[in-house]
Design a protein around this ligand. Structure first.
Ligand SMILES: C[S@@+](CC[C@H](N)C(=O)[O-])C[C@H]1O[C@@H](n2cnc3c(N)ncnc32)[C@H](O)[C@@H]1O
Length: 224
């Protein structure tokens, strides 16, 4: 399964940014036709607002991808200790090159699996997960690992695809994106996701645009 992720993100590494940011005509048409024009640039910008520029704790960004949406933000977050993890070496290499070119020197890069994070419990103040959960092969493990490494009171900021909002988008995801390996089923509906989150988090911000959800949630204190 994970080899499929490696090969699919290797194959798309040169077109990923232009499609997601709609800087190519194909990207614009793709987003308009299959995602009802829901703009990833805007969702990313709104999600990143949940993390203050002056943030000075430890932040885990999983998956970092190519860093196309986070680079400008990280340029401003000079006091943060940022760890960026991704399963795809090809995506990581692009993020490394992009951040280096932009003079960002407070980021550590790691190749790894979100389902087996190489960190101690409660090691992070914030976890950012942008466009990751629809790609992660084991959602249960991804959620439990992210929750484990986040300290109580720490924040999870995330955005990703949810099933059941649009027949057109659901058909694209099922018949193309999942077959190609960019997305991996099963996918939560908004109700399933909320139930999953509420077990460990207090959801403080919650927005759905088209088939995309973005939210901020605070990890509950452990019960004694
Ligand atoms: C759609 S991209 C999102 C990247 C970036 N956050 C963004 O918004 O542009 C999904 C990423 O998830 C990564 N990925 C998939 N499965 C993973 C796993 N098990 N552990 C870590 N990263 C994974 C892929 O390699 C890919 O870079």
């Amino acid at each position: 399964m994970n080899d499929k992720i490696t090969s699919s993100y290797k194959a798309s590494k040169n077109i990923y940014d232009s499609i997601l940011t709609q800087s190519s005509l194909f990207g614009k048409l793709y987003i308009k036709t299959f995602w009802h024009g829901v703009d990833d640039n805007r969702i990313a910008a709104e999600l990143l607002r949940y993390i203050p520029d002056r943030f000075s704790g430890r932040l885990l960004d999983v998956p970092v991808g190519t860093g196309v949406f986070t680079c400008e933000k990280y340029k401003r977050m000079t006091k943060a200790d940022i760890i960026c993890l991704d399963y795809s070496e090809d995506m990581l290499e692009q993020a490394k090159a992009r951040f280096a070119k932009n003079g960002i020197d407070n980021v550590t890069f790691l190749r790894g699996d979100v389902g087996a994070l190489p960190f101690e419990d409660c090691a992070f103040d914030t976890v950012l997960s942008m466009n990751g959960f629809h790609a992660f092969p084991d959602k249960d493990k991804a959620f439990s690992e992210i929750t484990r490494v986040l300290r109580p009171g720490g924040r999870l900021a995330a955005c990703f695809y949810i099933r059941g909002r649009s027949a057109v988008t659901d058909a694209l995801v099922k018949n193309v994106l999942a077959r190609k390996g960019w997305f991996t089923p099963p996918f939560d509906t908004s109700g399933e996701l909320m139930k999953r989150l509420e077990r460990a988090y207090e959801v403080t911000n919650w927005h759905i645009r088209g088939s995309m959800v973005y939210f901020r949630a605070v990890k509950k204190q452990e019960k004694r």
